[in-house]
Design a protein around this ligand. Structure first.
Ligand code: HEM
Length: 322
């Protein structure tokens, strides 16, 4: 049974100061009952929109989960990733690492549905945090603290703050710790890669011309490298070519991602890097042998990540500031 996270024990994580991506220190205290009086049906409304979207498109869960992660890592979880470029400003969603983000329409649709029942009350950032939880259906469930505000700034140039698939463990750790997230959070949240799809361009460097001594990254299992090469030959310029993030079960929120790491069968250097310190390796082994341990830690880490905060307003729509 999917573990239910006791939120009362998580009060310590209700407020995280985002002092990394912004010189301002913003503290928005979040709470489970933030909309209890002002919009009591918000969770049901969002859940329905997400469920309907998933029933029509199986790529929605991965897309929404990644949207939330990318939102939180730039200026905190403030919905800045949802803003469109406008008036000469190139927004986050048009930054190179975000070009493959999709399913924005799900969050837009949820916002419209929420506005119908309680106009001007619920932030797009909260809707995205709820949708990410609902998207992980079949995986762990957690209560989402609410009360985020939306940011008014979104710059494509800031997407350099996102993590690259070529990162090694110290680069990953640095980026997570700057946001108040631990090595445990890094290993657990990387488990998001049990869902979804990657383009060849995100791992092509590992299978063609890796370095001066190796054509293929030696940390990939040879048979897996061969299958990746057949999907992504070096001359393949097809823009949409790629493969499942977790080739063995890319639509179920299970622990095969960790089993794949142990077998050297993951797409990114950043995935395989989790084996390169004793601490992270031990956690990979733990999650590979216990799906329950993965789910419980993932849920706790999502609560922490989605509390990185920093917005100012409740937007009328998610694509533009008021
Ligand atoms: C730890 C560092 C991470 C790196 C370097 C990384 C990098 C990437 C890259 C390069 C892709 C493929 C993009 C493409 O080619 O289209 C991807 C996909 C994805 N990532 Fe991550 N990621 C990281 C962490 C996370 C976290 C923390 C989550 C969520 C909790 C997450 C969720 C996803 C999902 C669900 C997809 C598939 C998206 C889709 O199918 O639309 N990733 N990631």
């Amino acid at each position: 049974m999917a573990p239910f996270i006791n939120i009362v024990a998580m009060l310590w994580s209700l407020v995280i100061i985002n002092s990394v991506c912004s010189p301002r220190v913003i503290i928005n205290a979040l709470s489970l009952n933030h909309y209890e009086k002002t919009c009591p049906s918000v969770e049901d409304v969002v859940a329905k929109v997400v469920k309907d979207a998933i029933s029509k498109d199986r790529t929605v869960p991965a897309a929404v989960l990644r949207l939330h992660f990318h939102d939180c890592f730039i200026r905190g979880c403030d919905g800045s990733v949802l803003l469109e470029s406008r008036g000469g400003n190139n927004a986050e969603r048009d930054g190179p690492p975000n070009i493959s983000l999709h399913a924005f329409y799900v969050i837009e649709g949820a916002k419209k549905a929420v506005e119908d029942v309680c106009p001007g009350i619920v932030s797009c950032a909260d809707i995205l945090a709820l949708a990410a939880r609902d998207a992980v259906s079949g995986g762990p469930y957690w209560d989402v603290p609410k009360g985020r505000k939306n940011g008014r700034t979104s710059k494509a140039s800031e997407t350099t703050q996102l993590l690259a698939p070529t990162f090694n463990i110290s680069q990953l750790q640095k980026s997570f710790s700057q946001r108040g997230l631990s090595m445990d959070d890094l290993v657990a949240l990387s488990g998001g890669h049990t869902l979804g799809f990657s383009h060849c361009s995100s791992f092509q460097n590992r299978i063609n011309n890796f370095n001066s001594t190796h054509e293929v990254d030696p940390s990939i299992h040879p048979s897996f490298a061969a299958s990746l090469k057949s999907i992504c030959p070096s001359k393949n310029k097809a823009k949409n070519a790629g493969t499942s993030m977790d080739p063995f079960s890319s639509t179920s929120f299970d622990n095969t991602y960790y089993k794949s790491i142990l077998q050297k069968k993951t797409l990114f250097s950043s995935d395989q890097a989790l084996l390169t310190t004793p601490k992270t390796k031990k956690l990979v082994e733990k999650f590979a042998s216990s799906e329950k341990a993965f789910h419980t830690t993932f849920a706790n880490s999502m609560i922490k990540m989605s509390n990185i905060n920093g917005g100012h307003e409740i937007r009328k729509g998610c694509r533009f500031i008021n």
